[in-house]
Design a protein. Structure first.
Length: 201
């Protein structure tokens, strides 16, 4: 597990560094309208299963900050999120809140529509009602689509699967998370570089 965390952490750090360099020191010849840093909010519906036996579901919300870099029809990004999810396990309510670090890569199916895959790491604190709280961490992976609505506003639909393990308990929980939200890019470059023979904007 430690080796996996180290490799994933170094890969996300390298991706974030490369993206920051391209965002803040852009090559104007290759910049595109998907290049920029953003902030936004995502709502979610979540279904959890623990040890393939005990199930629960509930809503969630997250705030996200990240940056993207466009290279032709490809878009690469990195983001950090802080979120909250709640689950109703029979008579016990579980509230989970914490951080998630995500890297993504996508392809522009059209100049305004991005299809992408994602992978990341999440670290949560789960409040289990009368039983106190427990630290939970694990990997996240999934994919989604994002639509450029113009003037820096982007709509996002996304699926995530979280594979979580409490730090001190030998159990595994899987969470299917269906998310939707809006993000706003602060520094979208004003460019008209060609994409498949058509203007990007």
């Amino acid at each position: 597990m430690v080796r996996t965390l180290y490799i994933l952490g170094m890969a996300l750090l390298a991706l974030a560094t490369a993206i920051c360099v391209d965002v803040f020191f852009p090559d104007e010849a290759n910049a595109g309208p998907w290049t920029g840093c953003y902030g936004g909010a995502l709502g979610s519906y979540n279904a959890a299963v623990m040890e393939d036996v005990l199930g629960a579901e509930g809503p969630g919300i997250a705030a996200t900050l990240g940056c993207d870099v466009q290279s032709g029809p490809l878009v690469f990004g990195a983001a950090a999120e802080y979120g909250w999810r709640t689950f109703d396990f029979a008579t016990i309510d579980v509230d989970a809140r914490g951080w998630e670090v995500i890297g993504r890569a996508g392809y522009l199916a059209t100049p305004q529509t991005l299809l992408y895959g994602l992978v990341g790491w999440t670290d949560l604190e789960a409040d289990i009602g009368p039983f106190g709280s427990v630290d939970v961490s694990g990997v996240a992976f999934g994919g989604g689509t994002e639509i450029d609505m113009g003037k820096g506003l982007f709509a996002r639909l996304e699926y995530q699967r979280l594979v979580l393990e409490p730090d001190d308990i030998d159990v595994e929980a899987n969470v299917n998370s269906f998310r939707a939200g809006l993000v706003y890019k602060f520094n979208v470059p004003e460019v008209t570089a060609p994409f498949e023979g058509k203007p990007l904007k």
